[in-house]
Design a protein around this ligand. Structure first.
Ligand code: HEC
Length: 380
């Protein structure tokens, strides 16, 4: 009996300890934990796959005016230097730009700089911030870094064409890319306001290369087609020259129809038997990986047509990600969104609608894994 009552007393005591001491502590911990671990507001982004945000600490409360300098110090100074002189603390294999020196090589309109900040520069350490900074922060820091540069110098050289607020389309001779290739007399350069320039052979409308940076120069604008055009941007991606489209294993050259510029976007128009295609391009990013995307819009039934990937070698198929099929081509990752079927070294086109060719040049593999691209193994 005595034994039993002592047990009861013990369990009453335990209950009291639980209800009045442990429970409040646990509740307080839960409330505190929920507050500390509260989710960030969803980042404003156009990219594909979800990524954790690293900048919760600098995301301001709504309504607070965003300071470009604050964003700069938190997100950019480690590479570009606190003063903008390009001397940050981060060890980089190529130097970050000094903003004090002026002259943005990737375009100096606010729009061009904004896109670089959002999507980064492919093949360089400059990351895209579309996931980690919201629209106001991107705008504020864009204004801040443009403000660090001295007033724009007068147009440097009459021979250089600069894309300002409207895309530019240029036709003429494209210089050979290497010893094995001749000049291409019928070349086409399309420069977008985001600093991306795509070069094509007009014959068969074959993609040659994508560049980011300046547009083009030519020494004799009068004498059309005399000296080659000189694309100025840095090559971020190129493809081996080969036929792009085929039906039943027979290659079908695309016929060039012309170019259009509408709503600030330049497009190239072509046709293959039974279908017309309109293609435009823009810089983009997937997770933290900068790259660019070409979008093909079909008018007619394209379902019999196979399209080769714009690759340098034979691309290796990785698998299907969230919304795209992915391949690896050397250091580049190529994604196709909207294909009807995956084939040997390419894809079967859809019967109608659109298809995106996403290229992430010289992609960092760990970033690619984090962005949800399948079939990759971490380098570490
Ligand atoms: C991890 C290092 C790193 C960080 C962080 C970084 N940058 Fe960069 N950034 C670079 C490098 C490197 C380049 C030069 C790329 C090249 O041309 O080789 C560059 C280039 C640029 C350019 C292009 C300049 C031109 O010539 O047109 C802009 C604009 C820019 N950065 C803005 C920013 C802003 C704004 C931030 C912060 C939101 C930022 N960067 C954060 C490394 C970085």
């Amino acid at each position: 009996m005595a034994h039993q009552s002592s047990m009861t007393a013990k369990s009453i005591l335990t209950n009291i300890v639980c209800v009045f001491i442990v429970a409040p502590i646990v509740t307080a911990l839960i409330v505190w934990g929920a507050w500390v671990l509260r989710p960030d507001p969803p980042p404003q982004t156009s990219s594909l796959d979800a990524m954790p945000s690293h900048t919760a600490d600098i995301r301001p409360a709504p309504q607070t005016p965003v300071s470009g300098r604050t964003v700069y110090m938190a997100s950019c100074a480690r590479c570009h230097g606190p003063s903008g002189d390009g001397k940050g603390t981060e060890q980089l294999d190529r130097p970050a730009r000094s903003f004090l020196a002026g002259g943005f090589s990737f375009g100096n309109t606010p729009e061009a700089v904004r896109r670089v900040v959002q999507h980064g520069i492919a093949g360089t350490p400059m990351p895209g911030f579309a996931r980690t900074l919201n629209a106001q922060q991107v705008q504020a820091v864009t204004k801040y870094v443009i403000g660090l540069a001295p007033p724009a110098p007068p147009a440097s050289d009459d021979a250089e064409l600069v894309v300002q607020n409207r895309p530019l389309v240029l036709r003429g001779m494209l210089p050979a890319r290497g010893a094995l290739e001749g000049d291409q007399p019928r070349g086409l350069l399309i420069g977008g306001i985001d600093g991306l320039t795509l070069a094509y052979d007009v014959d068969e409308v074959r993609f040659r290369a994508a560049r980011q940076g300046g547009f083009a120069a030519r020494t004799d604008w009068e004498n059309r087609g005399g000296t080659p055009l000189q694309p100025l941007g840095r090559v971020i991606h190129w493809a081996a020259p080969r036929s792009v489209f085929s039906i039943d294993g027979r290659s079908v050259p695309a016929e060039f129809l012309g170019t259009t510029i509408r709503d600030g976007v330049a497009a190239i128009r072509m046709q293959i038997p039974g279908v017309r295609i309109k293609e435009h391009a823009a810089i983009t990013s997937v997770g933290e990986l900068p790259g660019y995307v070409r979008t093909l819009v079909f008018d007619g039934d394209a379902s019999a047509i196979t399209m080769m990937l714009p690759s340098q070698g034979v691309p290796r198929y990785l698998g299907r990600g969230e919304s795209s099929e992915w391949w690896r081509d050397g250091g580049d990752l190529i994604g196709i969104r909207g294909a009807a079927e995956v084939e040997a070294a390419g894809v079967r086109l859809p019967a109608s609608g659109t298809l995106d060719i996403i290229v992430l040049p010289a992609a960092d593999i760990d970033q690619a894994i984090r962005a949800g691209i399948p079939g990759l193994e971490s380098a570490t």
